[in-house]
Structure formats: structure tokens, C-alpha cells
Ligand binder design. Structure first.
Ligand code: AMP
Ligand code: ZN
Length: 474
């Protein structure tokens, strides 16, 4: 299943169009994704970015590419220093705590780990070399207070990623903050000379006592692990300016080569129409939701089910539908395990072959995940009908289960689906009580018992052949 009949197209922010994907080295993809700033637990908006990147990576793997994935860890910047000072903890201890939390969270969300997680604080020498080169080539200069700035007017293509016109800018106006908006485009800081507010956070270097600006870390670490030009760079749309624009300026001014071939950016997760962010306070961390007994895989499904270039609002209702969708997929696989029609059916064969092609065509179209889910659920419905009619043979069912498993290497939401199990006595009593409740049409009681069983890890399904039950523990 390598999608030999279609080609992968990805929307490149740089050209503002879908482009046919072709990596530098045949069969291999080098990919860099901007990682978390470890000053707090990541919120689920951040996880929208990481799950989109996970989907992209899994899709490339499905298509047979070998991926080298680097995700940086921002463990020094304005925010981490400020927060660690407020908490009166050393920067290292403070960021280590949240980094541990981040790794726990990505595991919970079934996000595949990157091959490298370089930390900014462990790459100061690489950043110094880059900055020195920029000074040597005339792209950077020292200010009166001995910080080093990038002179954006020197880099002719400055603004090419974010489509920014910089003609009206005042020469030499500078910004020292790590984060700023498009209308504040000006010379940005590469090396910040030490000030008392930085406390213990500084490095003694050839550029003086100080610390790096935020943007230089990604140029230094991306090129160290992936080379001067690599295939894919991702992040949320808020990273386009200034962060990624500055990464291009820093890297290309030194190497004279294109830094990245394909830039991919995910849109924001919103809450009531506004970007979910720490700054606005309208955010949920993964942990907030887990405390409410929400299944993390339903969060994963919700975050990946809208096309990555479309915004969408987070709601608890949508989370419920996500949960229902996963249940439908799991039940489908469970039902297939029991299929035993005596003969193969042409329709079943045809549907199974078609779904593989449709899966490829939709995801190859710039990861059109909503299109893919639509055809997948159509397929589930149609095969379910054929299962009702007892038209699915054991052999065909096995093939469909294999196909679903392969699809799930991309989705990561079905997991192991267990077959029927023997149940503890309390569960058997509950099932009996539920049957009795249903006989007298007491649906409320029947649903209550179903939930009770669910909490015990037991899933009940009413089929035309009677009740079936499964263990959810996999
Ligand atoms: P940060 O830890 O702030 O550097 O962000 C990590 C990643 O999350 C970046 O790629 C951001 O662009 C992305 N991001 C931040 N907020 C959101 C949001 N509300 N929706 C989607 N992605 C986001
Ligand atoms: Zn970055």
C-alpha cells in the first residue's frame, strides 16, 4: 500500500500553492518542526500543531519514505527566564520539569517521537559560530549596548515567506523582544548582552557575556542535524512571522543556499473564535481535560480531523463526536472479527480495493484528512450493511482488518481491539439487569448500566445476534 497511482502534493507557504513533493534524497525526508517552549504545560492548541506534524510524518512513512525528524526544545527565551525567576527555581530545573511533562503528554496523545530533541541551551557554541559568520558577512552588527542584531535590509529576500514589504522601514530600528508582530518588523536580536534581570542566565562567549535571541536556535540546530538545505519545516501559522522569516534570513545569509524546500504551517485551534493561547487565558492543557476523564485519543482524533490549514473551534460537543467516531471504528473491527459468510462477495472485494485508493488520493491532496474520513466512514457504513446481510467472508474480513490496521498507522486512534472476553461476576449481573431494563423499555437505566460497564473497561454492543461484549483494555 504505497499509493503508487497518486502523487503527494503539499501546500508550500513559500510559493503559496500546492506543490508536488519531491525530497532532496530519493526515499528520504529530512524534517524540522519547531518544538515547545518549556515554561508551562503545552495547551491543546500547541498539540494541534504537534498532531498535524505527526500526521504528516505518519503519512510520509505510509508512503514509504524514511524520515529524519528533529524537534527543538526552547529551554531559554524571554518567557522561560521570566517564569523561572517568578518561581525562584533555576532555569535548568524549571525547564526540565515541563520538558518531562511534554514527553508524557506526547506519549498520551500517541504522537510518535522525533529522532532528535536538541535543546537550545546545549547548542550555544553552534549559535555563536552562526552569529560570527553573520557579522563577518555584513548581515549583523553590534549595538551600543553590545547586543548583536540582524540587519534585515541587508537580506534582499527578507519577507519572502510572510509576504512582507519592508521598504518603508526605518533603517536601524531594532527589536529586542523574542516575539513581535508583522508591523514591528525591524532588526531583530541574535545575541542579547547580559542585563541584571537575566540573573544567573548567561554564557561567557566571544560575543561577550549574554544569551541568544530566540530565532537563532532553530537555524543552528536545524542545520546541525539536517544539513544546510533540507526538505520540510513546520510550525503553526503564528511562527511564519517573525520566527520562520528570521530563520530563513539567518541561515541563507550564511550558506547562500535555500534553507528549506517546503514550509508547512497549521492554522490555529480557536476558542469561541479566538486563538487558543496562554496570553489570552482561553486554553486547556491536556492535563485539564484528562482530569475530566476525557479520553486522550478522542482529543487526538478531534485535533487531526479538521484540515490542518483550516481554523476550528474547540468544543466539548466536538470532543463527544470524536469519541463516537473512534467507537464506530473500533466496533467495525470487532464486528469483522466475527464475520464468517461462506463465500466471498464481489461488492466487498470492490469496496475494499477502492478504499485503499481513496485513502491515498485524499491524503495525497495536501493531507485532506476530512475528505479521507468522509470516504472511510462511508466504507465502514457500507461494509457494516454487508455484515448485517452476512455477506462478508472470514477471508475478506481478515483483509479489511489488515487494511484498517494499516490505515491506523496513519491515524493512530484505533489501537488494539480485543475480542470477546470472559467477564467478572459483577459485570454479568449488570448485563442481565440491562437486558431486563431493555425488555421494559427503560432506556435510561439501560444506558446507565452501559456507562457503568464502560467504567469497568467493558464495551457492550447490541447486535442482531444478541448482546456482545468486549474488553477495552488493550
Ligand atoms: P510554543 O510552545 O508557543 O513555541 O508553540 C508550539 C507550537 O504550537 C508552535 O508551532 C505554534 O505555532 C503552535 N500553536 C500555538 N498556539 C496554537 C493554536 N492555538 N493552534 C494551533 N497551533 C498553535
Ligand atoms: Zn523554531
Amino acid at each position: 500500500m504505497t499509493c503508487s497511482e497518486s502523487s503527494l502534493y503539499l501546500f508550500n507557504t513559500l510559493s503559496r500553492k500546492k506543490e508536488k513533493f519531491s525530497p532532496i534524497d530519493k526515499g528520504k525526508v529530512r524534517m524540522y518542526t519547531c518544538g515547545p517552549t518549556v515554561y508551562d504545560y503545552a495547551h491543546i492548541g500547541n498539540f494541534r500543531a504537534f498532531i498535524f506534524e505527526d500526521l504528516l510524518k505518519r503519512w510520509l512513512e505510509y508512503r514509504g519514505f524514511k524520515i529524519t525528524h528533529v524537534m527543538n526544545i526552547t529551554d531559554i527565551d524571554d518567557k522561560t527566564i521570566k517564569r523561572s525567576k517568578e518561581k525562584k527555581i533555576s532555569l535548568e530545573k524549571f525547564t526540565k520539569y515541563y520538558l518531562k511533562g511534554f514527553f508524557e503528554d506526547i506519549k498520551t496523545l500517541n504522537i510518535k517521537p522525533a529522532d532528535f530533541y536538541p535543546k537550545a541551551t546545549k547548542h550555544i557554541p553552534e549559535m555563536i559560530i552562526l552569529i560570527k559568520n553573520l557579522i563577518k558577512n555584513g548581515y549583523a552588527y553590534k549595538s551600543e549596548e553590545k547586543s548583536v542584531y540582524y540587519a534585515i535590509k541587508k537580506f534582499e529576500k527578507y519577507g519572502k515567506l510572510s509576504n512582507l514589504q519592508i521598504n518603508n522601514l526605518k533603517m536601524g530600528s531594532r527589536i529586542k523582544l523574542d516575539e513581535y508582530e508583522k508591523d514591528q518588523a525591524q532588526d531583530f536580536v541574535l545575541w542579547k548582552t547580559w542585563i541584571p534581570e537575566d540573573g544567573e542566565v548567561y554564557w561567557e562567549t566571544e560575543l561577550g557575556k549574554g544569551r541568544p535571541g530566540w530565532h537563532i536556535e532553530c537555524s543552528a540546530m536545524a542545520m546541525k542535524y539536517l544539513g544546510e538545505t533540507f526538505d520540510i519545516h513546520c510550525g503553526g501559522v503564528d511562527n511564519i512571522f517573525p520566527h520562520h522569516e528570521n530563520e530563513i534570513a539567518q541561515s541563507e545569509a550564511v550558506t547562500g543556499k535555500p534553507f528549506v524546500n517546503y514550509w508547512l504551517h497549521n492554522e490555529h485551534l480557536l476558542v469561541e473564535g479566538r486563538k487558543m493561547s496562554k496570553k489570552s487565558g482561553n486554553f486547556y492543557t491536556l492535563r485539564d481535560l484528562l482530569k475530566q476523564n476525557i479520553d486522550p485519543i478522542a482529543i487526538r482524533f478531534l485535533l487531526l480531523s479538521t484540515h490542518y490549514r483550516a481554523q476550528f473551534n474547540f468544543t466539548f460537543e466536538a470532543l463527544e463526536s470524536a469519541k463516537g467516531a473512534i467507537e464506530r471504528l473500533k466496533n467495525f473491527v470487532r464486528r469483522l472479527q466475527d464475520a464468517d459468510a461462506p463465500h466471498k462477495d464481489v461488492k466487498v472485494e470492490e469496496l475494499t480495493n477502492n478504499i485503499k485508493t481513496k485513502f491515498c488520493n485524499t491524503l495525497d491532496d495536501d493531507l485532506n484528512v476530512s475528505g479521507m474520513l468522509a470516504v472511510l466512514f462511508d466504507f465502514v457504513r457500507e461494509i457494516n450493511n454487508l455484515l448485517d446481510m452476512k455477506k462478508v467472508s472470514k477471508e475478506s474480513a481478515k483483509k479489511i482488518i489488515e487494511t484498517m490496521k494499516k490505515f491506523d498507522t496513519v491515524l493512530g486512534v484505533i489501537g488494539k481491539v480485543d475480542v470477546e472476553v470472559s467477564l467478572p461476576k459483577e459485570a454479568l449481573i449488570l448485563i442481565k439487569q440491562r437486558e431486563e431494563a431493555r425488555k421494559i423499555k427503560n432506556w435510561k437505566r439501560s444506558d446507565e448500566i452501559r456507562d457503568q460497564l464502560k467504567n469497568m473497561g467493558i464495551i457492550i454492543e447490541d447486535t442482531p445476534q444478541g448482546i456482545k461484549w468486549y474488553s477495552e483494555k488493550s
